[in-house]
Each structure stands twice: as C-alpha cells, then as structure tokens.
Write a protein that binds this ligand. Structure first.
Ligand code: COA
Length: 332
C-alpha cells in the first residue's frame, strides 16, 4: 500500500439510461446540422433523454441498486451516499431522496457539484472517509439530466449532451485498490462552459432589493474546452500515475469522461496508450456529464472487458473548470 490509512476497493457498479433516444438524423430536423458533421467531429450518434415524467432521483436510484447488488451488500449497510450532479431535482440536494428510495436510513447523504469531473472528485471524496476509518461502505453516484438545461436551438451544444446515471460502491478492504489521484481547478476559465444564474432585481420594500431569476441554458466555447481537455487531461493522468508508482504501460484501461471521441483519441495518443485500451461508449449516449465515467465503467465490467485486478486510469474534465484523475484496480 502506498498510502497511509485503510485500504479501499471498488466492489460494485451499476448504471441506468432513459429508454428514449434522439439520434443525429432527428437532430437534423431541429437545427442546421448533419449526421456526418456530428459523427466526424464528436463520434456521437445518439443520446438518451429523460422525459417530463422522469427525474434524477429515479435513474440515479436504479443505477445505485445495481451497484449495491453487485457489491453484495444491502442498502442498510451503506454509511454514506454521495451524489455527483449538476442537475439535481432539488437545489437543496437530491441525495436524500435517493437515500429514501433505496431504503438506506443510516447513510449520510449529500450532493456535490464538479460538473463533468464530479464523479472523479466524488471518488476522491469518498476515499478520504474510508481511508480515515470514518465510513466503511460508500455509494457514489454520478447522474445528470443535462437535457433540462441544453439550448435545443444551439447547434454548437445541443448535439453533445445526453442523460444518464452510473454508480459504484467503494468499501474498506484489506488490500488497497485506490492507488492514486490528482485533482485540479481553474476558475479563470469559468466562462468557457457555464450553466449560470441570471439575476433580476426585485425590490421588496424601498431600499431593499434581492436578486431573483433563472438559470440560463448551457453556454460553451467549444474550441477552448477542446484545447483545455487535450492539454490538461494527459498531465493530470501522468501525475496520478506517478503518485500510484505506475507507468502508462501498466494501465489496462483508459476511462475518460465521454465528451468527444476526438478528445479521447488525442489524450490516448499523448499518453501513448493504444486504442484497444480506451473505453468508449459515447456514440450511444453523448456527454452525460457526471454519469459518463461510471456508465462506461459499468458497461465494460458487465461485458466482461474489465476483469478483477485490472488497472484503470479514470479522468474527468469540464465546467468550473475542473479536471482530475484517479488510478484504481477493479474489485477486491
Ligand atoms: N453542425 C454543423 N456545423 C456546425 C455545428 C453543427 N452541430 N456546430 C458548429 N458548426 C459549424 C460552425 O458554425 C463553424 O462554421 P464556420 O466555419 O462557418 O464558422 C464550423 O462548424 C466549425 O465550428 P467549430 O466550433 O470551430 O467546430 P469544432 O471543430 O471546434 O467542433 C465541437 C465543435 C463543439 C464539436 C468541439 O469544439 C468540441 O467538441 N469541443 C469540446 C466540447 C466539450 O467536450 N464540451 C464538454 C466538456 S465537459
């Protein structure tokens, strides 16, 4: 073990996506775009969308139930539930609704927001509680319904995003499988990717005003985000691997936030990691923000691609700006 403290294992995964999909040809009827353009520039072919009857707590709970079942524990064993999301059903927090739906009354539950890096930031947060012996069984969910906040008339962004949820169970373990991490933030580039609140002044009584308004749809400088991801993600993975005392050759799977196939390819190329080690499912889901990493992880585990003991380098990046990497081995 290269860390002080107790060992950590990732023992279960689960995911859930809405049934309804919107493909590139359907997008052609909404904005001036083409299947060829979207596929060539992003690799995305379709995205799944939650309808008006659906909600974040429902898809998140479905993903969580599968992860708990795979880990072989009961919901009542959970000590902590962390929901990484930028699109809660309730701005006061949605994790407690999930706690209730799962039947996990002992679990302390809270939301955390780090946009598309939310799952990686959540893994590191969960790990601190386990390392220090505070909690033994932690459920981490990454879930987002970005379709709520996409401007469906903006062809520069609406082609990219989809909805989904993924979850893992992290547990205290004799052997340490959580090998290293590196997290970074840079607020100077905040305006490059935003889902910002726009205030309107309301006067309550003379001389006393408050700001009331609404969140505005996602706005993005695509080129700037692209450059940021391709430059910063390899750096943070190399740093996390250094902390784990591993080289890129020892990585079995590169598990990047599923934003754009060109970003995945460029990062892998810079790290000299061959394409067959790069997990990718974005053709079917688009960018599902905090859900993308656990969704791709769960699909690869259930398909038998990822085996117990495999070394995974996961990296998230996105709004904030935030980015970070974790290095871990699958299973006990
Ligand atoms: N369909 C057709 N044409 C489009 C289009 C679309 N959906 N969106 C933009 N275009 C046009 C532009 O208007 C521009 O036309 P012009 O040359 O006549 O001005 C041209 O295509 C090139 O646009 P540009 O924005 O330079 O394209 P790009 O190669 O940078 O690709 C992205 C755009 C969004 C696919 C790319 O920048 C990207 O993926 N960035 C990262 C975004 C991301 O991952 N965000 C989330 C991070 S968590």
């Amino acid at each position: 073990m290269n860390q002080l403290g107790l060992g950590i294992a990732i023992t279960g995964s689960g995911s859930a996506t809405p049934e309804v999909a919107l493909d590139n040809h359907q997008l052609e009827r909404m904005v001036e775009t083409s299947d060829e353009w979207i596929t060539a520039r992003t690799g995305i072919r379709e995205r799944h969308l939650v309808d008006a009857q659906g909600c974040l707590s429902a898809i998140a709970s479905t993903a969580a139930q599968k992860a708990i079942a795979m880990a072989g524990i009961a919901p009542t064993d959970l000590d902590l539930i962390i929901l990484a999301t930028s699109t809660p059903d309730d701005l006061f927090g949605t994790a407690t609704q999930i706690q209730h739906l799962l039947g996990a009354p002992q679990a302390v539950s809270f939301d955390m927001t780090a946009a598309c890096s939310g799952f990686v930031f959540g893994m590191v947060t969960a790990a601190q509680f386990i390392r220090t012996g505070v909690y033994q069984n932690v459920l981490l969910i990454g879930a987002d319904i970005l379709s709520r906040w996409v401007d469906w008339t903006d062809r520069g962004t609406c082609i990219l995003f989809g909805d989904g949820a993924g979850a893992i169970v992290m547990q205290v373990n004799e052997s340490d499988r959580f090998l290293g991490f590196e997290l970074r933030s840079d607020g100077t580039l905040n305006k490059s990717l935003q889902l910002a609140f726009k205030a309107q002044t309301r006067e309550l009584v003379e001389g006393v005003t408050v700001s009331q308004g609404n969140y505005q749809p996602i706005s993005m400088n695509g080129k700037e985000i692209y450059r940021f991801a391709v430059q910063k993600v390899p750096e943070v993975i190399e740093k996390a691997l250094f902390r784990a005392n591993l080289s890129t050759d020892e990585v079995d799977w590169l598990l990047l936030h599923q934003a754009n196939q060109r970003i995945l390819d460029a990062v892998a190329q810079r790290l000299n990691i061959p394409a067959e080690k790069v997990l990718s499912n974005l053709a079917h889901y688009g960018n599902t923000s905090a859900a993308s990493i656990p969704l791709a992880l769960d699909e690869a585990v259930r398909a038998g691609q990822i085996q117990s003991g495999d070394v995974i380098a996961a990296a998230g990046f996105g709004a904030g700006l935030t980015w970070g990497a974790t290095i871990f081995q699958w299973g006990r």
